[in-house]
Design a protein. Structure first.
Length: 272
């Protein structure tokens, strides 16, 4: 069973109607439990978070109904072999992580750690798996929700996504896999168009892929965007990069441009 929380929350199975039957508050509670699995959550706190306008008795009934519907959703998967993946222990509710549950946020966090620890040693099949996870990022975490815990987790997951994409774009560029690097950079820039380090990588890889004019056109469009929307100018490193691309007429300049992918500009940082 595949659960998507990055963008519009949904379940990718033939049981979408059960997800819809959870109701808005029930879906928010499900998103919370999927975000913090294997942890005990007191029922009183869940009621306060997701049914704050109800009195204690109505809130308890609403939560019990949402938990029952979420259990029904989990049990609808053919891979679910037991009915206690969502457990109530005394006053606490716990959602267990299970291998058959494919949650995009879980996959992103696991992929980020794998990328940070071993990107230099990854085989092509490993990069393929990482790319498949990064392309599952379809928008902000629980898009449309504005609770404090959602905003905090949204920022964290977005940062993890962008930093992982930066590392992988750089790695693909170093490996000469320009087309894949360009695709990934463009995908990440859809969600963070002002991330200047990523813009520089895209410009460099476009130039290395013999698409110098595309790089210049992208830069001209992007610089107009940041001046209009943010009222700022590019950083010196970005201006230097585009100047090298504009004057890309010899092997020495090409080698210097390629060396930017191996420099400190894209150093790996902690994703925690």
């Amino acid at each position: 069973m595949t659960i998507s929380l990055l963008g519009s929350s949904r379940v990718a199975s033939n049981h979408e109607h059960i997800w819809a039957e959870l109701g808005p508050a029930g879906r928010r509670m499900a998103g919370f439990l999927f975000t913090f699995p294997d942890r005990p959550h007191r029922r009183e706190r869940l009621i306060d978070l997701f049914w704050p306008d109800m009195d204690a008795e109505r809130g308890r009934r609403a939560m019990n109904s949402a938990v029952w519907r979420l259990r029904k959703l989990l049990a609808s998967s053919p891979e679910c072999t037991r009915d206690n993946h969502l457990r109530t222990v005394g006053p606490e509710t716990i959602l267990e992580k299970s291998a058959w549950l494919d949650v995009d946020t879980w996959a992103l966090l696991q992929t980020a750690q794998t990328t940070l620890s071993s990107v230099a040693e990854l085989e092509p099949c490993g990069i393929k798996d990482i790319l498949s996870v990064l392309y599952r990022y379809e928008g902000p975490f629980l898009d449309g929700e504005e609770a404090d815990w959602v905003l905090e987790e949204r920022e964290r997951l977005h940062s993890v996504f962008v930093q992982t994409a930066l590392i992988v774009v750089r790695h693909l560029g170093q490996q000469g896999r320009h087309h894949e690097a360009i695709q990934l950079a463009r995908h990440a820039l859809r969600f963070d168009p002002y991330r200047e380090e990523l813009v520089r990588y895209l410009l460099i890889v476009l130039a290395l892929d013999e698409r110098r004019n595309d790089a210049i056109r992208y830069y001209d469009h992007w610089i107009g965007l940041i001046r209009k929307e943010l009222g700022i100018s590019p950083l010196p490193a970005t201006r230097a990069t585009i100047e090298e691309i504009r004057n890309l007429h010899d092997v020495e300049t090409l080698q210097h441009l390629r060396a930017r992918l191996f420099g400190t500009d894209g150093r790996q940082r902690s994703l925690s």
